[in-house]
Design a protein around this ligand. Structure first.
Ligand code: ADP
Ligand code: F6P
Length: 320
């Protein structure tokens, strides 16, 4: 019986459990022995893994986080760390690993593949910042969480005629900010991909809408832009509108996954096992135009994607 492993690595994302479930279920059904590797590459280096069966993944599709736990593992990036992982793979006769994570995790998967352990990556990150994919597992849930939280902020901002300046996650990318900003009716959305002039795009815009009768404001700022506290102070100083800064933080990473994340996780997990069954490693499973596709990891890591500037323009036009 062939042994394959599954691990989650980097920042966790809602829907990772759906992907694990799909890998384990289709792995077992296809006659693989499936090992659940705990805490990403740390578990691989130290042999922290256990055999999973059809029932090991019962009652997890609705749960946020990852039942395999996740970690960032600097040691794995060293030659010694990699060697430890390869030795463990030899000991357990690991013939393939499904790596659920972001770009960093895929670099690790690429290095393992190069050393003879075929890996298949599944994009799991709330940031949606993986170039080969239109969509990453966890993104939809995170956007919905942001929407819900900002709706709450809107209630209190409206009651007090205030401005809420809200930082949302996304690392260096503005996908969550742009989409959640539209969904929350933000007056201004600041993302790292689009240069802005604070005076023109925030202060002047607020003044204009104030003249048109607007009394409360939502400004969404991607973490890649940052500085929400200073922004709130400046807004209050220059417009006279009492302002508060909120950093939504890790609340965006938790919670029960949405339908979209559960379905995408399931499809991608299933496809990853198909690839290992065909004997194909060094691939990344991706979603493009709602279709499940796959790419060579090297190719995937060299791809570029850009934010939808038309959508940004729409947001700008209709939020005044
Ligand atoms: P993500 O996968 O979400 O992008 P990280 O960038 O933190 O998250 O990467 C997760 C883990 O993947 C790292 O802790 C490390 O163990 C491994 N990794 C990251 N970059 C590399 C690299 N260049 N080479 C090998 N392994 C890497
Ligand atoms: O990649 C997911 C993410 O939540 C980013 O949006 C954020 O920049 C980062 O991880 C936070 O990392 P940590 O959980 O290590 O604080």
């Amino acid at each position: 019986m062939k042994t394959i492993g599954v691990l989650t690595s980097g920042g966790d994302a809602p829907g990772m459990n759906a992907a694990i479930r799909a890998v384990v279920r289709s792995g077992c059904e296809n006659g693989f022995r499936v090992m659940g590797i705990r805490r990403g590459y740390n578990g691989l280096m130290y042999g922290d893994m256990y055999e999973m069966n059809l029932r090991s993944v019962s009652n997890i599709i609705n749960r946020g986080g990852t039942i395999l736990y996740s970690a960032r593992s600097p040691e794995f990036k060293t030659e010694e760390g990699m060697q430890k992982a390869i030795n463990v793979c030899k000991e357990v006769d690991m013939q393939g690993i499904v790596v659920i994570g972001g770009d960093g995790s895929f670099r690790g998967a690429r290095d393992l593949s190069l050393r003879g352990v075929p890996c298949v990556g599944i994009p799991g990150t709330i940031d949606n910042d993986i170039a080969c994919c239109d969509y990453t597992i966890g993104y939809d849930t995170a956007m919905n969480t942001v929407m819900e939280m900002v709706d709450r902020l809107r209630d209190t901002s409206e009651s007090h005629d205030r401005c809420s300046v809200v930082e949302v996650m996304g690392r260096k990318a503005g996908y969550i900010a742009l989409n959640a900003g539209i969904a929350c009716g933000a007056t201004t959305i600041l993302i790292p991909e689009v240069p802005f002039d604070f005076e023109r795009d925030v202060i002047e815009r607020m003044r204009r809408t104030q003249k048109a009768g607007k009394r409360h404001f939502i400004i969404i700022v991607a973490e890649g832009v940052g500085g929400v506290q200073e922004m709130a102070e400046r807004i209050q100083r220059e417009t006279g509108v009492e302002s508060r800064a909120t950093i939504l933080g890790h609340v965006q990473r938790g919670g029960s996954p949405t339908v979209r994340d559960r379905v995408a996780g399931s499809q991608m997990g299933y496809r990853a096992v198909e690839l290992l069954k065909e004997g194909t490693g060094n691939r990344v499973v991706a979603m493009q135009k709602d279709q499940i596709v796959d790419f060579d990891i090297f190719e995937a890591l060299n791809m570029k994607k850009s934010i939808d500037l038309d959508l940004y323009r729409v947001a700008h036009e209709i939020s005044i």
